[in-house]
Design a protein around this ligand. Sequence first.
Ligand code: PEP
Ligand code: MG
Length: 319
Amino acid sequence: IRAREAEQRALPAQTTDGHRVEVSANINLPDQAALALSQGAEGVGLMRTEFLFLERGSTPSEDEQYETYKAMAQALEGRPLIVRALDIGGDKQVAHLELPREENPFLGVRGARLLLRRPDLMEPQLRALYRAAKDGARLSIMFPMITSVSEVIALRQTCERIRAELDAPALALGIMIEVPAAAIQADALAQHVDFFSIGTNDLTQYTLAIDRQNPELAAEADSLHPAVLRLIRQTVAGAERHGRWVGVCGGLAGDAFGAALLAGLGVSELSMTPRDIPAVKARLRASTLSELRELAERALKAETAADVRKLDLAAEPSS
Ligand code: PEP
Ligand code: MG
């Protein structure tokens, strides 16, 4: 039975009519790669680099970061790796950086906003990534908390300058879509990036105006809210117009029903906690693409998250 399970996990997430969705893992350290691959991950869709800063009392040097990114790429043996540039702020506070206290950190100097203000943090990280790429590491860079095209243009300029200084290869550059403004303006943003990855945790928080950490509102902070799904649809439409691909690396990707919906909405890569991979793959392998699209269309027309959930039961009369 064990061997059969391992075999199942290694199968691609391909619908019965042959549509393939890439399934990747959210992991932060190279020593987690083996477990992710054993669960069936086809790459890493989100490496949260904050953890290199959070789990210690000091900022890792450029060399240390370079070693870590290189080790992660090596552990993946050529599979795709998306490294997210530092996403500090909001729920991810790093004491030793001594950043000013904010009244409302989730609406403050977070993610790309901090990177653009702190070249001393951003540039060593980018240099480490381009050095790893120059050594043959296969990786892409993704920027968090993007709100505007101007941020993307500034970040790209920094990447290009550092790439040229190091004579490193060009890397695919993507952005997180996790602020409603970015989803609404996806068609404009798509012209400036290679890919999108939707962060449903923050996109839900900011769309519904619910603090993602407030336990009192946890049940209402539902990524299946039709407003969130419509923003995801809008993101995919904007990306498709310019031939870009869209992934999802927020929690909705790791929910089997959520993953089915996302594939139906046109998302082509799903990245999640390794333990969620087998169930997501099994769910996608059990449907046709047209069933998933039909499911997505019905979800977009639903009035509430609860109504969206009911579609799950309707789709699976056997359970
Ligand atoms: C998200 O917001 O959905 C996401 C993947 O990023 P994080 O949870 O690290 O904010
Ligand atoms: Mg986020």
